[in-house]
Design a binder for this molecule. Structure first.
Ligand SMILES: [Zn+2]
Length: 463
């Protein structure tokens, strides 16, 4: 059942026409959000992905955009919407796919029956990224109604594969030259911190996601033979251990060669950003950070350093009781979060060379996902304009983040022109993106919608 109570928040001051417009349209805007979030557009459901793409195309069209759907085989559609005219073009890089909602038992209300309660909307994808993409479209309508025609060209690129690595986005964008032309990109998502400060992220880390496999024998053997039969679990453990030292330094030759040195300005951003090491430790029940890292070290490493992380290992017998066996096969999944200007394919080549050189030529891996990192300039009209509108609407100083720890496809869109990119969003620290009971607070939604509406004018002329 869909609940739709508790939508209102502010009372409209007569002097603020934008607020008046929002008050008059809040019910409809929330209804649209509920409708979009009811579509279960997970990677495993091509029909739902299609339905979400069609929904976005139709909504872009009803906001006055020329909207179309682009397709390549074996990939979710890319929705393109364009409107407005002016000297500048803003590219909205968004996605309509969502993370899987499982485990369903942990949801208070079903993930695809969006519930509006206590000034919040609960649904899978409402924060990441459907709420954000919708408010950016609604802001076009709000702008036309309140401030008049857009003084800027806006192009939406709404993909359906962001949560699984955007692997076909490059192919889709190549269908039409000029799709990535622009003066700045509005990145998906966006957040405010616990103190209510808008966080403006200027990029994201890249990723190389690998599946490792080693097979040492044709079948498992009796562990009495462990003096002489090769154990796949040991083999894989040794290979994984060779990738990194105890200080967290990756030992693959050449791994750090392309890591870009942060500028003084970028280091200052990190120094000024909120950082609460004690709270971080308490949340995870640890006394100290890994690899002997001190608090100050962690502050910078989290933004500027690449990682090598074991996501999971499987081998042999782990069930109840005992089974004395030498496993013949072991597998692992490993992700490397990359920083500018590391290249995932180059890192994969270096990884292969490392394994071969270290005597692990029997350890095979496949790169399942690769995305480039991207970090755009802070010193740009786009970032200045976003900072101004965010601070005005959220009433707190904005915090600039050189790049988030997560990954999004900004390199594919922005790198050729070194286009600046930034988030202007409303996710709060407890929003639960990728987790059960994902939700957004409507109060923040209206603030972000107001800020975005104003951005469309301000960016057109911002120096
Ligand atoms: Zn997302």
């Amino acid at each position: 059942m869909v609940h739709t109570s508790g939508i209102g928040s502010h009372t409209a001051p007569v002097s603020d026409p934008l607020q008046g417009y929002l008050e008059a349209n809040k019910q409809r805007f929330v209804r649209e959000l509920v409708e979009l979030c009811a579509i279960p557009s997970e990677a495993s459901d091509p029909t739902a992905l299609d339905a979400a793409a069609t929904w976005c195309r139709d909504r872009l069209a009803s906001a006055g955009c020329s909207a179309r759907i682009l397709r390549v085989v074996d990939a979710p559609a890319l929705v393109v919407g364009e409107t407005g005219s002016g000297k500048r073009t803003l590219v909205g890089v968004q996605h309509y796919d969502v993370q899987p909602a499982v485990p369903l038992a942990l949801w208070q209300t079903p993930p695809y029956e969006p519930a509006v309660r206590d000034g919040a909307v609960y649904a899978r994808g409402v924060d990441d990224n459907k709420g954000h993409l919708l408010l950016r479209i609604q802001a076009i309508e709000a702008h036309r109604a309140v401030f008049g025609e857009l003084p800027i060209r806006i192009r939406f690129l709404i993909e359906g594969e962001e949560e699984s690595g955007s692997s076909n986005l490059g192919r889709l964008l190549a269908l039409h030259p000029g799709l990535t032309d622009g003066d700045g990109a509005l990145k998906e998502g966006g957040a405010i911190d616990a103190a209510g400060r808008p966080q403006l992220s200027l990029g994201g880390k890249g990723i190389l996601y690998c599946h490792f496999r080693v097979r040492t024998m044709s079948r498992d053997a009796h562990s009495g033979g462990a003096t002489h039969y090769p154990n796949a679990a040991w083999r894989l453990a040794h290979a994984l251990a060779s990738l990194m030292d105890e200080r967290g330094r990756v030992r693959i030759a050449g791994f750090y060669d392309d890591v870009r040195r942060p500028t003084d300005a970028e280091r200052r951003m990190v120094a000024e950003a909120p950082f609460e090491p004690q709270a971080m430790k308490e949340i995870l029940g640890i006394e100290r950070f890994a690899f002997g890292r001190g608090d100050e070290d962690v502050r910078y490493a989290a933004v500027f350093e690449p990682t090598c992380n074991v996501c999971g290992i499987e081998s042999g017998y782990n069930g109840p009781g005992s089974k004395t066996v030498i496993p013949c096969e072991a597998t692992a999944k490993v992700d490397f979060r990359l920083v500018p200007d590391q290249d995932p394919m180059k890192i994969a080549t270096l990884l292969r060379a490392h394994l071969d050189r270290s005597g692990f030529d029997d350890v095979v891996f496949s790169a399942e996902e690769g995305e480039h990192p991207y970090r755009g300039a802070a010193d740009s009209p786009l970032v200045r304009a976003v900072k101004a509108v965010a601070e005005q609407e959220f009433g707190k100083p904005a915090v600039l983040v050189p790049n988030s720890g997560g990954t999004s496809p900004m390199w594919v869109v922005c790198n050729a022109r070194k286009m600046p990119n930034v988030t202007l969003g409303m996710g709060h620290p407890g929003a639960g993106a990728h987790a059960p009971n994902e939700h957004i607070l409507l109060e923040n939604y209206w603030r972000a919608l107001r800020a975005t509406t104003k951005l469309y004018s301000l960016f057109a002329t911002q120096a």
